[in-house]
Write a protein that binds this ligand. Structure first.
Ligand code: NDP
Ligand code: PYR
Ligand code: MG
Length: 753
């Protein structure tokens, strides 16, 4: 195991991430059109009066007419923010916003953070209880013990929607799932093991109780807090919840307690465990160091002291992430979908078993690729990764079923198979492919040329690329690149690889290579020397061509066409293929690939057919079954125009080629994208609305792509260049650092190209 976590970033980057663009991590968008006076009349007064009266008459219809049924509040008072302590309600907001976006990202649950500025449990209870009409569920978060126990209990009693304190039960569920598998791998029975729990707060007490409920021997569990072992008769710093777990033992410190222990469960604070302590544990110890953001002991330290240990932490950048993120999105998804009135023990145990069972299944190809193929069930994979696309289907189904079986489901699911399918459809494959592309880049880091290394936005992307562990940026620029890196907060700028044509030893070889290519295309040797010395795109492309790097990103300082001309002097299109640009519009439930948005002004029929094939291939690589529409102002000959012949010929070429995807044309965009309009053409060969749009020419394609970008903002990826013999990506001059980073990752991860 490497000594460094796989993701590193500076404090400056973390602040930059949170402050760029719209500050924070969430925004609210309307789910209904708000374009016309009529829309407004329906959405608000007078139309809104109709659902108001309906809900007043029958409160259950609030689930039909409002967002309540898919809306969860993440509520905190900031008294136990991660393992950082009591830093107050306001300071907890980034964490709560973070949980809200995880709800959305992983389980399509809409969620909003609420920070309540009081440490008085009663005031907190009153504030939250009054919110019941708004939400379908309440996720309590980062509230310290013992107040959290009082608060959760009271709210569960008073509210008729699911209330779960995630630090208690979410954590306990994941810890239980990890433990089931760690015990299985080390051949132990839960009844026989000795366990030391460090921490006696919300998470520790809930985990201990669930482990006991699973069969652990209470007399073999020792719990510790800041004052050491919680033993029977101890007076200092006790409360009724700690007393319930006071051990009959003469051990007094964590160090003594760990001697000979089989399992360590840490839910306390960073660095609470030292290597010499785990050295004294029993053979094949199980070490769950779950304090966040920094564990009680780091995996490298734990493994160094005990190579035979199974080690887990709460972090995503080490193997075995035992973190409640694996549970809460999917638990609430299942609970909301059956309109559960509570999240009960049966639902928690069902979730733990489902997660444990999933880890034992064969890891699917894409997850395996993302994590490196060695991660099948075993000591370094006792628990699935949070982005495992199977989690929502498996855990939410188990929770929904348990809610129904235990009688808390107000709206039982009639067809479980259909429910499973609907869960799959909630996850947009593009989002997971982008995640997987990022993870895949991390698993197989590549060298990527950032050809315009003097641009701030490029340097920001390069820093993120390196710090994220996605690969090695190879910067092209002059001497002052180091100063610019330092100005951006990089402490060791010389650790970056910078190529400067003024003093690069590669220049003579580059000139030879370029001259060899261009001598019969009208260029003299001195022209080639000048190009290598002066032109970053030529220099960067030659680095790529000569195998000094695996991919290249450029396009920020020159127009797209000019950049392409420079790149093409060095890098060819794949023989027999057409190169072109794709823009990808990512919606929550629908992704559209549009091409050629950058290269061919008036593509020929063969080029159109090639572009269709290339676009379908990219769509497949991103997890979509392609349905290609050749777009036009005309639909199946109406109105007739000269340009249509090209498109019709392209369709005929695909017929001849016998391609293995659906395609059809020519048609207008509304026919391609709107199934109701498509129904007017029953002979149309597409089985559903199109997801690959092949544009008739660059005018319409480029204008549409830029319009979408301006109107759709961050939901548009691209342009992505396809069909070059080496992975080169040409960004547009308006790109920001995060767009460049995505292009770099897609190029390095083999999705683009
Ligand atoms: N991986 C995961 O999914 C999760 C991890 N956690 C982590 O667990 C930790 C506790 O969170 P939570 O239960 O919500 O917080 P609480 O405030 O409710 O409890 C904190 C507990 O930790 C104890 N503690 C603090 N420092 C030490 C120490 N050096 N040695 C022994 N005990 C110590 C406190 O002892 P005392 O009672 O004496 O004050 C207290 O019992 C945090 O680090 C948090 O990030 C929490 C939830 C989920
Ligand atoms: C993960 C989490 O909820 C915590 O550390 O508090
Ligand atoms: Mg928490």
């Amino acid at each position: 195991m490497s000594d460094r976590p796989t993701i590193e970033f500076s404090e400056r980057e973390a602040l930059f991430f949170h402050s760029t663009g719209r500050p924070g991590k969430i925004e609210i968008i309307a789910s209904k059109p708000m374009a016309t006076q009529r829309d407004l009349s329906l959405a608000y007064s007078p139309g809104v009066a109709v659902p108001v009266r309906a809900i007043a008459e029958n409160p259950a219809t609030a689930y039909d007419y409002t967002a309540k049924g898919n809306l969860v509040a993440v509520i905190s008072n900031g008294t136990a923010i991660l393992g950082l302590g009591n830093l107050g309600a306001l300071a907890s907001k980034p964490v709560m916003e973070g949980k809200a976006v995880l709800f959305k990202r992983f389980a399509d649950v809409d969620s909003i953070d609420i920070e309540v500025a009081t440490e008085d449990p009663q005031a907190f209870i009153e504030a939250v209880a009054l919110l019941e009409p708004t939400f379908g569920g309440i996720n309590l978060e980062d509230i310290k013990a013992p107040e959290c126990f009082i608060i959760e209990q009271a709210l569960k009693e008073r509210m008729n929607i699911p209330v779960m304190h995630d630090d208690q039960h979410g954590t306990a569920i994941i810890c239980a799932a990890g433990l089931i598998n760690a015990l299985h791998i080390t051949g132990r029975d839960i009844k026989d093991v000795s366990i030391v729990v460090n921490g006696a707060g919300a998470a520790a007490i809930a985990c201990t109780e669930l482990i006991i409920a699973m069969g652990a021997d209470k007399s073999r569990i020792i719990m510790c807090d800041r004052a050491g072992v919680i033993y029977q008769g101890r007076a200092e710093g006790m409360d009724q919840w700690k007393s319930a777990h006071a051990a009959k033992t003469d051990k007094r410190s964590l160090e003594e307690a760990l001697k000979g222990a089989d399992i360590f469960i840490g839910l306390s604070a960073a660095g609470a465990v030292k290597p010499h302590m785990v050295q004294e544990m029993a053979p094949k110890p199980i070490i769950f160091a779950m304090a966040n953001p920094d564990p009680e002991i780091t995996p490298p330290d734990a493994k160094k002291a005990r190579p035979d240990a199974i080690v887990a932490t709460g972090r995503s950048d080490y193997p075995n992430q035992v973190n409640n993120v694996l549970g809460f999105p999917f638990i609430f998804r299942g609970a909301l979908d059956v309109r559960a009135t509570a999240i009960n023990e049966a639902m928690k145990i069902a979730a733990a078993n489902a997660i444990a069972a999933l880890a034992r299944e064969q890891v699917p190809e894409e997850v395996a690729r993302a994590y490196g193929i060695q991660h099948n069930y075993g000591p370094d994979y006792i628990i699935p990764a949070p982005f495992d696309p199977r989690l929502m289907e498996v855990v939410s189904t188990a929770v929904a079923k348990a809610a129904m079986d235990s009688g808390v489901a107000q709206k039982p699911i009639e067809d479980m198979d259909a429910y499973r399918q609907s869960l799959k459809a909630r996850l947009n494959p593009t989002t997971s492919v982008l995640t997987l592309a990022y993870e895949s880049a991390k698993a197989h880091p590549k060298r990527v040329v950032f050809a315009e290394g003097e641009e701030e936005v490029v340097l920001r992307a390069a820093i993120q690329f390196r710090d994220g562990g996605y690969g090695i940026p190879v910067l092209v620029g002059r001497q002052d690149v180091y100063d610019r890196l330092r100005a951006l907060g990089v402490a060791d700028p010389h650790s970056f690889e910078v190529h400067n044509s003024v003093n690069s030893p590669l220049v003579p070889r580059m000139v030879d290579a370029l001259y060899e290519r261009l001598q019969r295309r009208g260029y003299l040797r001195r022209d080639c020397e000048r190009m290598v010395n002066r032109d970053r795109n030529i220099f960067g492309s030659l680095l790529l061509k000569m195998g000094e790097a695996d991919a290249m990103i450029t396009g920020m300082t020159r127009t797209y066409a000019q950049t392409m001309r420079e790149v093409r002097r060095v890098i060819d299109t794949v023989p027999g293929r057409t190169n072109f640009g794709i823009h990808i519009l990512v919606g929550q439930s629908h992704t559209v690939f549009m091409a050629d948005t950058t290269v061919h002004e008036r593509p020929s029929a063969i080029e159109l057919a090639d572009i269709a094939e290339g676009t379908a291939a990219v769509a497949r690589r991103m997890g979509h079954e392609p349905r290609v529409a050749f777009l036009s102002y005309s639909t199946f000959g109406n109105p007739w125009g000269n340009w249509l012949e090209n498109i019709r010929e392209a369709v005929a070429i695909l017929d001849e080629r016998g391609v293995d995807f659906e395609y059809e044309g020519e048609m207008a965009p509304d026919v391609a994208l709107n199934p109701a309009v498509m129904k007017n053409y029953p002979f149309c060969r597409l089985s559903g609305s199109a997801n690959c749009l092949i544009m008739p020419g660059l005018q319409s394609a480029n204008v549409s792509a830029k319009l979408l970008r301006e109107l759709g903002g961050d939901s548009v990826i691209g342009p992505m260049l396809v069909g070059m013999e080496k992975p080169v990506q040409v960004a547009t001059m308006a790109s920001n650092a995060s767009e460049l980073l995505t292009l770099a990752v897609l190029a390095a991860g083999g999705i683009a190209g």
